[in-house]
Design a protein around this ligand. Structure first.
Ligand SMILES: CC(=O)SCCNC(=O)CCNC(=O)[C@H](O)C(C)(C)COP(=O)(O)OP(=O)(O)OC[C@H]1O[C@@H](n2cnc3c(N)ncnc32)[C@H](O)[C@@H]1OP(=O)(O)O
Length: 182
């Protein structure tokens, strides 16, 4: 078993989801995401468990060599601001979902911290099993546990209902962007 986690797995194990109980289908929760499924931090060995292939269902991933993956993994681990969570199908030893919480340090809000949800994706053969909701709720509770004053995300109009059902609201601000890569 790989013990090279991006962050301490006990942080996830200790989160209390009792207030979310009625939000999930009976028997399903972040601690019990489904038969043979486990929510955990990203591991170095997830390079060989299809992590990048799952991300490719969200957006362009391109070619990422093992060396590039490990360099980015180690940089994120040292930074301590990146909480990449995955769901593994333990029977297949495959990553079937992923979501990232990024923590930003601020001077405002009494030198507080804000959280951003990034790169939420569930393998298309596993969708509709509450796994996307589980990953999102894990990030919400993680951001609260870490003491952030807010959590936000950007998404398309089609995904608004998915995020609204776990408490996100539109606040009238505009998302603006410049891109240098197609
Ligand atoms: C910040 C970002 O990363 S935005 C990018 C979001 N990711 C993507 O677009 C990648 C492609 N899409 C996916 O990976 C998946 O469809 C996800 C992550 C959006 C949803 O994952 P799933 O595991 O299929 O969703 P899940 O089963 O948890 O659905 C939970 C609830 O949301 C609802 N739901 C799921 N997708 C949608 C949607 N697109 N619009 C509205 N409701 C939705 C489900 O019906 C379900 O409702 P219920 O709890 O009442 O039964």
């Amino acid at each position: 078993m790989d013990h090279n986690f991006l962050f301490d797995p006990s942080i996830l194990a200790d989160l209390d989801y009792s207030s979310w109980k009625s939000s999930f289908r009976p028997g399903v929760s972040p601690h019990t995401p489904g038969q043979g499924f486990k929510v955990r931090p990203l591991c170095a060995s997830d390079y060989d468990k299809g992590f990048l292939q799952v991300l490719a269902q969200l957006t362009k991933v391109g070619t990422v060599t093992r060396e590039q993956f490990m360099a980015r993994f180690n940089a994120m681990k040292d930074d301590k601001s990146y909480y990449v969570c995955v769901i593994e199908d333990l029977n297949k030893r495959e990553v079937i979902g992923a979501a990232t919480l990024v923590i930003e340090q601020k001077f405002i809000h009494s030198a507080g911290m804000r959280a951003r949800v990034e790169d939420v994706v569930v393998d298309d053969t596993y969708r509709g099993k509450q796994l996307g909701k589980i990953l999102t709720v894990v990030l919400i509770m993680l951001s609260k546990h870490l003491g952030c004053y807010k959590i936000s995300l950007e998404c398309t109009d089609q995904k608004l209902p998915f995020y609204q059902q776990v408490g996100f609201k539109q606040d009238g601000t505009n998302y603006m962007v410049q891109r240098w890569e197609t």
